[in-house]
Design a protein around this ligand. Structure first.
Ligand code: ATP
Ligand code: MG
Ligand code: FE
Length: 339
């Protein structure tokens, strides 16, 4: 089977064709970094307009690259949320039009499910159930993944997401946008022990996260003028990693029957984060899996893959785009935290 995937929930416009043999038959991705960089973050209106301009030619381009017609697709999968609503609407409405025109099933995908299942696209041997650390620009969660659509959230952040903490740190340090890769690059030349920074929530019996205090401490360290930028970046990255591994230790204690630890989302592209998680998994006698970095940050291959996993689903043409869409609808809010 072959699925066309469309992703437009944030600032990457992306289209991909993926088959059930896990082949990425064709894909195109257009980043809007240049458009948003002057503002130091993603501007929703600019993002929506850029998606609207780029998406249709990119769809035509991907079909052309693959040498296939729309009718050859077994489904059209598009991100239907969560995300910036203008962009999500551009992608979802385009998918509806294609599905209608080609009489092909529409599959509305939760962007977070795209991230959550991406390790299975990269590696056929990743079977349910697995423990998932989902670390992205908008989310920081630990989930138990028991199957497609079966997600139990064990932890979330009470304030900032981990990717957001990287982005804010980059902004404070003047490293530009997007922040995560810039912090990682800068940290390579720094001493991770040079700057004393807090590890919020470490030691707490609940596995939740908090990064607002770490970001404030980064700001104070920067403003003190006592430290090199590279040392602050490296110390921040290490503090973040220490928080993540401590929180995971608590969460994994409640998942004795799960033998695989998986990381996904944009921050999973970070080599220091990956290395620390690999060690943690080994210490727990667990297998560790992380998709290749290009499948960690936003892309349409993961959306097409989620469509493959959901083949047989045929969503109605009036299905709504959703700015919020928790993977685990049963999860209770944590001190006013988001989904
Ligand atoms: P969400 O998936 O929660 O809706 P999003 O789609 O904006 O949010 P992703 O594209 O999955 O997020 O991830 C982007 C985030 O990942 C950004 O915060 C970015 O700084 C971070 N990131 C990307 N690469 C790295 C890296 N190498 N190191 C650390 N963080 C990174
Ligand atoms: Mg982006
Ligand atoms: Fe994402």
């Amino acid at each position: 089977a072959l699925v066309l995937g469309i992703e437009s929930s944030c600032d990457e416009t992306a289209v991909a064709l993926v088959d059930s043999q896990r082949r990425i038959v064709a894909q195109r991705i257009a980043s809007q970094d240049a458009e948003h960089a002057p503002f130091g973050g993603v501007v929703p209106e600019i993002a929506a307009r850029a998606h609207a301009e780029r998406l249709a030619p990119m769809i035509a381009g991907v079909l052309e690259d693959a040498g296939i017609a729309l009718d050859d697709c077994d489904a059209i999968a598009a991100t239907a949320g969560p995300g910036l609503i203008g962009g999500v609407m551009v992608g979802l409405v385009s998918a509806k039009a294609l599905a209608m025109a080609s009489d092909t099933p529409l599959i509305a995908i939760n962007h977070l499910e795209g991230h959550a299942l991406s390790p299975r696209l990269a590696d056929a041997s990743i079977a349910f159930s697995y423990a998932l650390l989902l670390v992205s620009g908008g989310h920081c969660q630990i989930l138990r993944v028991d199957g497609v659509g079966q997600y139990r959230r064990l932890a979330t952040t009470i304030d900032d997401a981990l990717g957001e903490a990287f982005d804010k740190t980059a902004k404070i340090l003047g490293l530009g946008f997007p922040g995560g890769p810039a912090v990682e690059r800068t940290a390579k030349d720094g001493d991770a022990k040079a700057v004393p920074l807090p590890r919020p929530m470490v030691g707490s019996g609940e596995p939740h996260f908090s990064f607002a205090g770490l970001k404030s401490a980064v700001l104070r360290a920067y403003e003190s003028g006592k430290y090199e930028t590279a040392d602050i970046a490296a110390s921040f990255q290490q503090a973040a990693v220490d928080c993540v591994t401590d929180r995971l230790r608590i969460a994994l204690a409640g998942m004795d029957d799960v033998d695989t630890l998986v990381v996904a989302g944009g921050v999973a592209a970070n080599a220091t984060v990956r290395a620390a998680l690999e060690q943690l998994a080994a210490a727990h006698g667990m297998r560790f899996a992380a998709p290749p970095p290009k499948l960690c940050t936003d892309n349409a291959a993961m959306i097409a893959w989620a469509g493959i996993e959901r083949l047989g689903q045929d969503d109605p043409l009036d299905i709504s785009a959703r700015p919020r869409w928790p993977l685990d609808p049963q999860a209770a809010p944590v001190r006013g935290a988001g989904v």
